[in-house]
Each structure stands twice: as structure tokens, then as C-alpha cells.
Design a protein around this ligand. Structure first.
Ligand code: SAM
Length: 283
């Protein structure tokens, strides 16, 4: 799918989805930030990945750009931790949420919203400490992703870091099994192929390579140091548990903790997600 068509599809999908975002819920999280982060960074794979290596302790006073900030929970948390946050999304709703957050909270630095695709933005400053994205890159076509990494590399300080939390598809077999299992509004590709095709047409993800190998190769064009942390080889099985089980996240917490003791090839092949850390931007 072409870049602009893909952006349009994502925009209409998320403008609609974020109508449901409730500012009071973000306010609740901010009012209980430390206990929220303590739980989320141990049980919710996206927060485990995003804050890998205790990122929360390094954000105060740092200049951070979040790409695809979406529901704005993460930008709100980073701003409350004392970071100077620039939030970017194509959804206008993200901009509305940020306006409301700035009104309601006295952050050290109010959050700046950069609307639209970042490859069209004019950056006068090139001194960011972090460029981050949580479940963002896999929404871009490969060519678009390359442009975004180029921009990211050009606006970071020499000591800066780009960090992305993304799905990991390192095994074709596991991927096919994943599509076969129906979840929420997604029918099974194996058992309901027609319904799956219909669902796929409105899905905002382009067909693309989301392997760790891909992110390593792509990143090497713009960064000299790359680390990929595979996540979720055990945690992914929570989907097989009855929905009444693991209400307090005990299974996920244990699974995410225990996977560290597994051999590297097993973690890599079975990962469902990954944290990608790019350092030493070629600028
Ligand atoms: C899966 S959501 C993740 C949102 C949020 N980061 C989170 O973790 O909940 C992907 C986000 O990327 C945004 N997005 C997609 N394409 C984009 C683009 N070209 N530029 C900026 N944001 C984009 C979507 O609007 C959506 O908010």
C-alpha cells in the first residue's frame, strides 16, 4: 500500500478509536503514577518493552519525541516524570487529548503536539535525547519507515537514543498459528477465511516484515549501535488461558520474568514483541 493511502487509513481508524479515550482515566493514572508504572512495567508487555532498563529513571529534564503517541498515556507519564515531551500523531484526537492534559496538569514542561506525519515536519532543533515509538513503526510501509528513521537519526544528539517497542515475527509457523486463533474482533484466518479477509481490509497494519532481522538491517542505515530485546516467548500463552484467569496479571508477570533464563535462540524465535534500541545516530 502506498504511503499516503496507508496514512489515511490509519488516521480514520484511530480518529474513530480515540473518541473513546477518557481524560479522567489518564488523570487517574497520573495521580497514581508510581504504582501504575510499577505494575505495568512488570505485567504489560508494551510497558515492559518501552521502559526496558528503567527508562523512567532517565527521563527527567530530557527532550523526548514520541512518534504515534496515540491515546497519550505514555506522553502524559513522561511529562509527569519531568521530560520535555513533543508528541506526534496523525490523529487529531491525540492533539485534543494533549490540550486537555496541559490544561489539567502543571507539567514542568507542557507537552507540545506535532500534528501529522513526521517526515513532513520542519525541525529547527536537532538536540533530542530520545525519539520513541510504542507500537508505531509496524504501522508504516517499509519505505516510509526508512524515512522516519532518517529523520529520527538527524534530530538526535550524538548521545541520543531511538527506542521502539514493536511486534516481533521471527517464526513463520508461530505467525500462522497466531492468525488461526481468533481474538476480539479478529476472526480466525484458518477457520473463517472470508470473515478474516473482510477484517483484513479495514486493518490499519500494512503487510510488511516485522522480524528482528529487518529492524536490525533497516536501523543500520542510520545508527551505528543496535540492540534488539526479544520479549514474550512465554507471556504469549496467556491467550490460551480462560478469560477469567490471570485477572491480576500473575501469569504474565511470571512469564516475563522467567523468559530471561531461556536460551537466546528460543527467546528470539518465540518472541511476540521486541524492544529496538538504536544508538550512535549517523545523523
Ligand atoms: C497501535 S497505535 C499505538 C498508539 C500508542 N503509541 C500506544 O502505545 O497505545 C499506532 C499509532 O500510530 C499512529 N500513526 C500511524 N501512522 C502514523 C504516522 N505516519 N505518523 C504519526 N502517527 C502515526 C496512529 O494514529 C496510532 O495512534
Amino acid at each position: 500500500m502506498q504511503k499516503e493511502a496507508n496514512i489515511e487509513q490509519n488516521k480514520s481508524h484511530y480518529d474513530n478509536q480515540y473518541q473513546r479515550i477518557n481524560i479522567d482515566r489518564i488523570a487517574d493514572v497520573l495521580n497514581n503514577r508510581d504504582s501504575y508504572l510499577e505494575g505495568a512495567t512488570k505485567t504489560d508487555i508494551s510497558w515492559v518493552g518501552m521502559y526496558y532498563g528503567n527508562l523512567e529513571q532517565r527521563l527527567s529534564g530530557k527532550k523526548v519525541l514520541e512518534l504515534g503517541c496515540g491515546d497519550c498515556f505514555n506522553v502524559a507519564i513522561m511529562a509527569s516524570l519531568g521530560a520535555k515531551v513533543y508528541a506526534n500523531d496523525i490523529s487529531d484526537r491525540s492533539g485534543e487529548i494533549i490540550k486537555a492534559l496541559n490544561k489539567r496538569f502543571e507539567f514542568n514542561y507542557p507537552i507540545d503536539f506535532i500534528s501529522g506525519d513526521i517526515t513532513h515536519a520542519n525541525f529547527t532543533e536537532h538536540n533530542f535525547d530520545y525519539v520513541i515509538g510504542k507500537a508505531f513503526l509496524h504501522h508504516l510501509t517499509l519505505q516510509h519507515e526508512e524515512q522516519v528513521l532518517k529523520v529520527s537519526s538527524s534530530i538526535l544528539k550524538a548521545t541520543g537514543e531511538a527506542r521502539f517497542f514493536e511486534p516481533a515475527i521471527n517464526s513463520k509457523l508461530l505467525d500462522e498459528i497466531r492468525w488461526a486463533i481468533p481474538i476480539k474482533d479478529r476472526p480466525s484466518k484458518l477457520f473463517s477465511p472470508k470473515k478474516f479477509k473482510q477484517w483484513e481490509e479495514s486493518d490499519p497494519h500494512p503487510h510488511r516484515d516485522n522480524s528482528s532481522k529487518h529492524f536490525k538491517t533497516m536501523g543500520a542505515n542510520y545508527f551505528d549501535e543496535i540492540s534488539i530485546i526479544p520479549l514474550g516467548v512465554l507471556e504469549r500463552f496467556y491467550r490460551l488461558m480462560p478469560s477469567t484467569k490471570d485477572k491480576n496479571g500473575a501469569f504474565k508477570r511470571r512469564a516475563l520474568k522467567l523468559e530471561k533464563y531461556l536460551p537466546g535462540f528460543m527467546r528470539y524465535t518465540g518472541a511476540r514483541s521486541q524492544t529496538i534500541i538504536y544508538k550512535k545516530p549517523k545523523g
